[in-house]
Design a protein around this ligand. Structure first.
Ligand code: ZN
Length: 162
């Protein structure tokens, strides 16, 4: 498959390793936020759970479950790692930065440089939604209080990736 060839060319070991051996799969305990996301263009689905601190303004842990391509799963695993210990405000800024990076316009500072391996995806517009799905889903999880509809999906079908 040419897409797998592209993967090897672009992101080399990191994405495939994360895909094969994710470090943050599962569910947080307790679950303070929960959100499912779906990327119809590829079929990726992600269910994020988030553990917050007592005042609900800092992320203690993020875990993910779901099925999808290597880009979607690796992005989720890298994001979960990067989010630990962040304030909710910082997390939302990181979501924004990731989306800007996918437009080829920004990157993360050195302490978060692991996330920059996803930069290569920006050269392949059809795969950008795979990379952004988990970020999109986290944003929805953080912006909605958990009472309500944990079963509802966010979809990035209409996301503007231009
Ligand atoms: Zn995908």
């Amino acid at each position: 498959m040419s897409s797998l060839g592209n993967l090897r060319d672009l992101y080399q070991q990191v994405i495939l390793e994360r895909y094969k051996k994710p470090r943050h799969r599962g569910k947080t305990d307790p679950v303070d936020r929960q959100q499912r996301g779906h990327n119809p263009s590829c079929g990726d689905t992600i269910e994020l759970t988030v553990q917050l601190n007592a005042t609900h303004d800092r992320i203690e842990d993020v875990k993910f479950e779901g099925e999808g391509c290597a880009i979607a799963m690796a992005s989720a695993d890298l994001m979960a790692e990067a989010m630990r210990g962040r304030t909710v405000a910082e997390a939302l800024q990181m979501v924004q930065r990731f989306q800007t990076m996918m437009q080829g316009k920004d990157e993360f500072p050195s302490e978060l440089r692991k996330l920059n391996v996803m930069q290569g995806v920006s050269q392949f517009p059809v795969r950008i939604k795979c990379a952004t799905l988990t970020w999109h889903t986290l944003k929805a999880a953080l912006e909605t209080a958990n009472e309500g509809k944990p079963e509802s999906f966010v979809s990035n079908e209409n996301e503007d990736v231009a």
